[in-house]
Each structure stands twice: as structure tokens, then as C-alpha cells.
Design a binder for this molecule. Structure first.
Ligand SMILES: Nc1ncnc2c1ncn2[C@@H]1O[C@H](COP(=O)(O)OP(=O)(O)OP(=O)(O)O)[C@@H](O)[C@H]1O
Length: 241
């Protein structure tokens, strides 16, 4: 379970998140949607303890992520596909993380297999395509077999086969009872993958609920999204001030 309550995050004069509250539940794929600069990445960073909130709270399984000793067992995340050191092989990258989190070496082979990377496990990450790096990011998130998974733009750079694979994976992870939280600009992908949506604009909640409910009479999720975010689009990506 992910719970965000009255979350505020300011960077100097910029308010990136302006009092945001929502919950993402186990067994569901929850999509996190919003225009550029809406505060999505900032919210994910605070959730994962990479940034401190200015106010309010963001918890995973009822506690801040930082208070988990072996974080990868509690939540797995893909925030930035460029995270792995380019000079390391995929297997070495994952093995180092496994060691640091008290996980077995066997788990490395399992997630490499699950993400279709077994054949390239010995290759340096610097030689990977963006789609392969995304798969490695997904493998990293899965490493600790966590109950909560957070993905920021996970299918960015993936080919159609990769996108279909990722969609199936997210659905399966939710069917296993995990909380799957997915941020993406691809509304069609959200419509095909998510059960629930959290829509934000200028750091505030615009709507949340089942995809079917939010689509409502708009005809498509895309139309519903534009109607919801009208007035919240900031082409300067300057956020709420
Ligand atoms: N480290 C930072 N310092 C200053 N401002 C920041 C910082 N991080 C984010 N912001 C600002 O906070 C606002 C929200 O940014 P954020 O990246 O969270 O939005 P987003 O919804 O993820 O956008 P996108 O869809 O473009 O990735 C933006 O105005 C951004 O410029």
C-alpha cells in the first residue's frame, strides 16, 4: 500500500507538490498521470526517500521508505533507466544490489530471466539500448520480490513487443496481490494497463478512481484526461507557484 497525505514539496520559490493526498492499493495497477511539471517525479522521489517532504507524508506499507533497512524487499522502483554504471555488466550490477540487500545470487538469475536479459547478462550496461536499460531497471525493481512496485515511464524506449511484455508483467504483479504504481504520459498504455488512476496537475490532485469511472462519458481516457487537466497544463513546466 502506498499512502500520500497532504504532501507538500517546495524547491525554493517553486512548489512542486502542493498538498497531495491519494492511496494506491494492493492487487491493483494504479496509474499516475499528469501534464509536464505536475509533480509526479517529485512525489515518487519523496516516496522513495530520495527527497524530504516540506510537509505531509508519503509512506509505503505504513512507514517512510527510509525506515526500511533492506529497502529492496519492501519496495522496488524504476525511476531512471540510466542508474546502472555503464561499465558494469547487468549481472554484476544486480549482484551488487542483491548483496547489499541480503538477497541470494539465485534471485539475480531469476530476475534476469523474467526480464528477458539472461542472454545479455554479461554485457556492459553502457552497450545496452534504452529498452534494454528499462528492462534492467525493471529487473532491479523485482530483485527483492517486494510487495510494492513503482515505475516511472517504464516503457519509454521499449519496442512494441517490450511494451506488451511490460503490460503483462504489471498485470501479473498486481494479480499476485502487489501494489503496482505506474507513472506514464502514454494515456493509451494507461487505459490498457491500469485499474485505478491518480491524476495530478500543478502539484494538486485533480481526480482519482477506477479508470472506467474517470473515463465516464468522455468517450476515451484521453478525452477525460484533457478535460481534467485543462487549466493545469504548464508548457514551461514551471509547476505551481
Ligand atoms: N530539484 C528541483 N529543483 C527545483 N525545481 C524542481 C526540482 N525538481 C522538480 N522541480 C520543479 O517542480 C515541478 C514539478 O516537477 P516534476 O519533475 O515533479 O514534474 P513531473 O510531473 O514529473 O513532470 P514531467 O512529466 O515533465 O516529468 C516542476 O516545476 C519542476 O521544474
Amino acid at each position: 500500500m502506498i499512502h500520500v497525505e497532504d504532501l507538500v514539496k517546495r524547491y525554493g520559490a517553486i512548489t512542486a507538490v502542493a498538498g497531495l493526498s491519494f492511496t494506491a492499493r494492493p492487487g491493483r495497477v494504479t496509474g499516475f498521470l499528469g501534464p509536464n511539471g505536475a509533480g509526479k517525479t517529485t512525489t515518487l522521489r519523496v516516496l522513495l526517500g530520495l527527497d524530504s517532504p516540506t510537509g505531509g507524508s508519503a509512506t509505503i506499507g505504513g512507514v517512510p521508505f527510509r525506515s526500511h533497512r533492506r529497502g529492496l524487499r519492501h519496495a522496488g522502483a524504476l525511476l531512471d533507466a540510466q542508474q546502472a554504471h555503464p561499465g558494469r555488466t547487468a549481472a554484476v550490477h544486480l549482484a551488487a544490489l542483491a548483496r547489499g540487500n541480503g538477497l541470494s545470487r539465485r534471485r539475480v538469475d531469476e530476475v534476469l530471466g523474467e526480464t528477458g536479459l539472461s542472454g545479455v547478462a554479461g554485457r556492459r550496461v553502457g552497450t545496452f539500448s534504452l529498452g534494454m536499460r528499462q528492462r534492467l531497471g525493471v529487473a532491479t525493481a523485482l530483485l527483492g520480490d517486494p510487495p510494492v512496485l513503482i515505475f516511472d515511464e517504464p516503457v519509454n524506449g521499449m519496442d512494441p513487443e517490450g511494451v506488451r511484455w511490460a503490460r503483462g508483467l504489471f498485470r501479473r504483479l498486481a494479480a499476485e496481490g502487489r501494489t503496482v504504481f505506474l507513472s506514464s504520459h502514454l494515456i493509451g498504455e494507461m487505459a490498457a494497463t491500469a485499474d485505478e488512476l491518480v491524476v495530478v496537475g500543478q502539484g494538486r490532485l485533480l481526480a482519482c478512481g477506477p479508470v472506467t469511472e474517470l473515463t465516464g462519458s468522455a468517450g476515451s481516457l484521453e478525452e477525460a484526461f484533457f478535460a481534467l487537466t485543462e487549466g493545469s497544463v504548464d508548457h514551461r513546466a514551471g509547476g505551481a507557484r
